[in-house]
Design a protein around this ligand. Structure first.
Ligand SMILES: Cc1ncc(COP(=O)(O)O)c(C=O)c1O
Length: 354
């Protein structure tokens, strides 16, 4: 039976909307997507240019999985590469949920978790951190929730989108130990943006599946690339149901080249942290009150997120209206390059929006 599931709302350019507004996509400064704004390493561009277009890609992404396994200190059999982390979120839900199962989402967070649960006709429970605590997760409340229900799956995003809050791996490990029948899916898409953050991979628990994105930190949004790391049997379940040739040759080549130029990532992400601080200062000077975040992106309270976004978009500047996260009075901003951040600040000053 066909299940009707509404699409999740995401940041990034909506090309149809821009066409309606008569704005060219190339004109838009996009602060709504949480990517590395400095672009990919030149080595990535070279690798893409050299990738064969007329041959099917390696269906197992072997070279990339081996390179990742070496860096992560695990077996390549513990890794599945995906066409973006979004594909892996879906595969994780498809492989581990059935109609009637219970799944928990620690929110407010990325919309595809709930959507993947709905597709499986499982039941999604959301436990949201509150604005009053600047969206810091309420650990005792989560403990209680986990004890109250036999969840098949728990989705948690660490660091979290859109709040930039972080859970310690000790907390995640304690949950995994207390609930051995539950699979904890830990989305670490933004881990690289938080200096020195520990990964749940270190816990090496069979009931923790870690998802990572190379789309964001290596600036590959036009290609999209992600991987899942976990227990061999859990990975096998996802692998068994993935679409054939799910990762194209350009993305595989780009991923390998990106891994081989870690300096580019380190230098650009350090620069991005500096830009974040300057942008926060500029916004504070304009009497905005950005919320604390460990990631490069952060939330700011506004009178009306949708109106705020629309006003800026008419000036070819895009921010993320957070209504879909249940936060209609917040927008999310991810810093860009210096001159672009200055343009955002100048535009906000000129428009006088709140
Ligand atoms: C938390 C989170 N996970 C996964 C994704 C999807 O990443 P990808 O583009 O690699 O599919 C996003 C994208 O916005 C995200 O915010």
């Amino acid at each position: 039976m066909f299940t009707r599931v509404e699409p999740a709302v995401h940041g990034a350019l909506d090309f149809a909307e821009l066409e309606r507004l008569g704005i060219q996509p190339d004109e838009v400064l996009d602060f709504s997507v949480n990517s590395n704004p400095f672009g990919p390493s030149p080595a990535v561009r070279a690798a893409i240019a050299a990738a064969p277009l007329d041959r099917y890609p390696d269906r197992e992404s072997l070279a990339l999985r081996r390179a990742l396994a070496e860096r992560l200190g695990c077996l390549s059999e513990q890794i599945l590469v995906g066409n973006g982390t979004a594909e892996l979120i879906w595969l994780a839900a498809f492989a581990n949920l059935a109609a009637g199962d219970q799944a928990l989402i620690l929110g407010p967070t990325f919309g595809e978790y709930e959507r993947s649960i709905q597709i499986m006709k499982a039941s999604a429970q959301n436990l949201n951190a509150s604005v009053a605590s600047s969206f810091q997760p309420n650990i005792p409340e989560i403990d209680q929730k986990l004890d109250s229900t036999n969840f098949q799956v728990v989705f948690l995003c660490n660091p979290n989108n859109p709040t930039g809050q972080v859970l310690s791996i000790e907390t995640i490990g304690a949950w995994a130990d207390a609930h051995p029948e539950t699979l904890f899916i830990v989305d670490e898409a933004y881990l690289a943006f938080v200096g020195g953050m520990e990964s749940a991979l270190q816990l090496r628990r069979v009931n923790i599946l870690v998802l990572r994105s190379m789309t964001k930190d290596y600036a590959l949004a036009g290609l999209r690339l992600g991987y899942a790391v976990g227990d061999e049997q859990v990975i096998q379940k996802l692998t068994a149901i993935r679409p054939p040739w799910n990762v194209n040759a350009l993305a595989q080549a780009a991923g390998l080249a990106a891994l081989n130029d870690e300096t580019h990532q380190q230098v650009t992400l350090a620069q991005l942290q500096e830009e974040k601080h300057l942008l926060l200062e500029g916004l504070t000077a304009l009497e905005f009150a950005p919320l604390p975040s460990r990631t490069q992106f952060f939330l700011i309270p506004v009178e009306n997120g949708a109106t705020f976004r629309k006003g800026l978009l008419r000036q070819a500047i895009l921010v993320r209206d957070c209504a879909s996260f249940g936060l209609p009075r917040h927008v999310r901003i991810s810093p860009r390059k210096h001159a672009e951040n200055l343009r955002l600040l100048e535009t906000l000053k000129k428009l006088g929006v709140r």
